[in-house]
Design a protein around this ligand. Structure first.
Ligand code: SF4
Ligand code: SF4
Ligand code: SF4
Ligand code: FES
Length: 591
């Protein structure tokens, strides 16, 4: 790699040819303010729209100030990032940005997490001397995501994420100049039947620097239910929440706060604190049975068997295939997501064992995910109008609720989940990271297909963070070609290859978010730092590594559930309660 010599603020340095000024400055610890720019190289997200101009710097011999985020360095370049001209220009730009921005920081969903607010503090803005007109916009609500165009600073990160990484193309800039706004194609609501593309993956929310896109909150609904003596309120917590929640309380990314989180949830007033990991083990019972069934049919020469089998636990991915590949809806596993399996078992089986009316049980989920809010509202998961999962809160909402209730997670004693829906294996735990669902399924499918014990449960070839991973896995003497994709653009690449007959697989795992659920749209904001997501992945793996039982079918409470209620995977009762149907998005029953 060719190295370039340059000077920044009088300090000489070498940087790789092709670097931007912004990235070269980081080498010597100089932080140039930025707003529209976001770069997560590990996942291929390089957003250099260069529209906010907050990163302007002065380069010797160049008359105009240049944007550091999109100007590449050259040999002998001499740059000033902090002279009086640069600082006053930046200040004016920021004041212009603030001039028509709502001043509702005190009650803004992004308060304390807003990059614009932080920038105003960093640049020492104490007053705004410029007053601009603004065009008022109505807020747009859905079950999962709220859009507030009044707060949009037109950085277009959401557009780039939705178009380039997720390939959904839902959002783009409409109109221009003062009237510019980031919108859907015909200004439809994301949930409108006419809008056939939003998956509710929440990745636009994850990258928006302000509160122009944020999650629909169910905090007050939950507070009301917790205060209602006629209701029994139970909670399930997804695998990846326990390795990210601590960040909201100042703990390092990847801190495992399972025991403290359970105590905090009990202190909030939940009657039972259960684990979605248990339901993940249940998911594997059904999904591994489907894998076994389809592989055995394939090996026996059945020409009609549908392969590859695709995982089905990510609701944004399910929305994606329903929108984009309606002719391939017979390929995914029909097993419900762990969240919905938990809801179904809780409302249909656990209520009976407890003598509770279904209507009096409130089943809440804490998820890393915004698509789960949408999933909870799907009619397939309701019985006589009563949902299996009443509503879903994100990791961020849980943190906010704990703070409202003056519960400091860090000060909690450790405690265990309640039983019987609180015991999990290592296989259930790894659902939270990319590759985990497939690895968990293969641990069980291996033993069921070969009828031999799997001595090493680690399928290392399926791990990693490359957006598409392909590995051959030996199930006894049978070689299976496995694909893993995270991010919907990566999923599209694999699906197109299958559709065009370019590549064949036996099984594929797809998760909509980069890194899997650890990078979900409801997680604490990463602000463009992918290392945070990698630390969460490592923490999830550590949970699995430390478990004594690491195969879902060895979970003693799962065995009991099958002995007492389901008899066996794919039995009629299991199909009734644990499986679902997918609909092309032009089918009104799915909207
Ligand atoms: S939720 Fe996902 S699909 Fe929908 S607009 Fe945002 S990034 Fe695009
Ligand atoms: S909605 Fe957020 S991410 Fe999208 S352009 Fe507006 S401010 Fe930027
Ligand atoms: S990867 Fe996980 S967090 Fe992201 S949409 Fe899918 S289920 Fe939700
Ligand atoms: S951060 Fe460089 S132009 Fe916005």
């Amino acid at each position: 790699m060719e190295m370039i010599n340059l000077t920044i603020n009088g300090v000489s340095l070498k940087a790789e040819s092709g670097s931007t000024i912004l990235n070269a400055a980081k080498i010597i610890g100089i932080k140039i303010p930025k707003l529209c720019n976001m770069e997560m190289k590990d996942i291929g997200f390089i957003h250099r729209q260069s529209c906010c101009r907050i990163c302007l710097v002065e380069v010797d011999g160049v008359e105009d100030l240049l944007p550091a985020c999109s100007t590449h360095i050259w040999e002998g370049m001499s740059i000033s990032t902090n002279n009086i001209k640069v600082m006053t220009t930046r200040r004016t730009i920021l004041e212009l940005l603030l001039s028509d921005h709502p001043k509702s920081c005190l009650y803004c969903p992004k308060n304390h997490n807003c990059e614009l607010q932080e920038l105003a503090a960093d640049l020492g803005i104490r007053e705004v001397r410029i007053f601009g007109a603004s065009i008022p916009h109505a807020l747009k609500y859905t079950k999962a995501i709220v859009r507030d165009p009044n707060k949009c600073i037109k950085c277009r990160r959401c557009e780039a994420m939705c178009r380039d990484i997720q390939t959904c193309n839902v959002l783009s800039q409409a109109e221009s100049g003062f009237r510019a706004v980031v919108e859907t194609a015909f200004k439809e609501n994301l949930e409108d039947p006419e809008n056939k593309a939003c998956t509710f993956c929440g990745q636009c929310v994850a990258v928006c620097p302000v509160a122009a896109i944020y999650e629909t909150t169910y905090i007050w609904k939950l507070i009301e239910d917790l205060a209602n003596p006629k209701k029994k309120v139970i909670v399930q917590v997804a695998p990846s929440v326990r390795v990210s929640l601590g960040e909201e309380f100042g703990l390092p990314p990847g801190t495992n706060v399972t025991g403290k989180m359970v105590s905090a949830l009990r202190k909030l007033g939940f009657d039972e604190v259960f684990d979605t990991n248990f339901a993940a083990d249940n998911t594997i019972m059904e999904e591994a049975a489907e894998v076994k069934e389809r592989i055995e049919k394939y090996l026996s020469g059945d020409k009609d068997v549908r392969l590859p089998i695709l995982t089905s636990c990510c609701p944004a991915w399910i929305n994606f295939i329903e929108h984009n590949y309606p002719d391939m809806l017979d390929i995914p596993s029909t097993t419900k997501s762990p969240m919905e399996i938990f809801g179904s078992v809780a409302k249909n089986i656990w209520t009976k064992s407890q003598g509770i009316e279904r209507e009096n049980l409130v089943c809440v989920s804490i998820m890393p995910c915004l698509a789960k809010k949408y999933e909870a509202g799907r009619p397939e998961f309701h019985y006589r109008g009563n949902p299996d999962v009443d509503y879903s809160l994100s990791t961020r909402e849980l943190a906010s609720l704990l703070k409202q209730a003056d519960i400091n997670l860090c000060n909690m004693e450790e405690s265990e989940f309640d039983n019987p829906l609180g015991v999990c294996t290592g296989a259930g735990a790894i659902f939270g990271r990319t590759g985990g669902v497939m690895e968990a399924a293969l641990r069980t499918a291996y033993e069921w297909i070969t009828e031999k014990e799997l001595l090493d449960v680690n399928f290392y070839a399926l791990r990693g963070i490359e957006e598409v991973r392909v590995a051959e896995v030996m199930i006894g003497s049978i070689p299976l070609k496995i694909g893993i994709a995270h991010g919907l653009g990566a999923a599209r690449k694999l699906l197109d290859k299958i559709k065009n007959g370019e590549e064949n697989f036996h099984a594929i795992e797809i998760m909509a978010c980069k890194g899997g659920c650890v990078g979900g749209g409801g997680q604490p904001f990463h602000h463009g730092n992918f290392e945070i997501i990698e630390k969460r992945i490592a923490a999830i793996q550590e949970i699995d590594d430390k478990k004594i039982i690491r195969k879902s079918h060895d979970n003693p409470y799962i065995k009991l559930l099958y002995e007492k209620y389901f008899t066996s995977p794919l039995s009629p009762e299991a199909i009734r309660l644990l499986h679902t149907t997918y609909y092309p998005k032009n089918n009104s029953s799915s909207d």
